[in-house]
Design a protein around this ligand. Structure first.
Ligand code: HEC
Length: 98
């Protein structure tokens, strides 16, 4: 019975991961601010990461994570997140105006 409940809880949390969760999105995106600036509005040499669009950004992040796109910092950073988390982050930045 306990195992069934745990399996059920996992299934529910997995299905939630697909929907955008603004709190989770903004929390995860805090880790980007140290290099890309507050809300992705970079003032240093790192690229501006707002206004890329959710799908474009998600694909870029997946490419970094799976070593399909070269980079100095991003391949390492992207590997620290699950695909679902990278999707949440992409949602978050797609909602910020440039
Ligand atoms: C340690 C510094 C650092 C952190 C932290 C960081 N980035 Fe980056 N990011 C870079 C650098 C540097 C580049 C340029 C590519 C490279 O050298 O890796 C870049 C490039 C990018 C690009 C490509 C932009 C373009 O137009 O080509 C995206 C998208 C991006 N970062 C998103 C993020 C997101 C989202 C996070 C947080 C999860 C994040 N970055 C955290 C340093 C960082």
């Amino acid at each position: 019975m306990k195992k069934t409940l745990i399996a059920l809880a996992c299934a529910i949390s997995l299905s939630y991961a697909i929907d955008y969760d603004p709190v989770k999105g903004s929390m995860l995106s805090l880790s980007c601010a140290s290099c890309h600036g507050t809300d992705g509005k970079s003032v240093a040499i790192t690229p501006l990461i707002t206004g890329l669009g959710k799908t474009t950004m998600y694909n870029i992040l997946l490419d970094y994570k799976y070593d399909r796109r070269p980079g100095t910092m991003m391949p390492k950073h992207a590997k620290g997140f699950t695909d679902a988390e990278l999707e949440q982050i992409s949602y978050y930045f797609s909602k910020i105006k440039r």
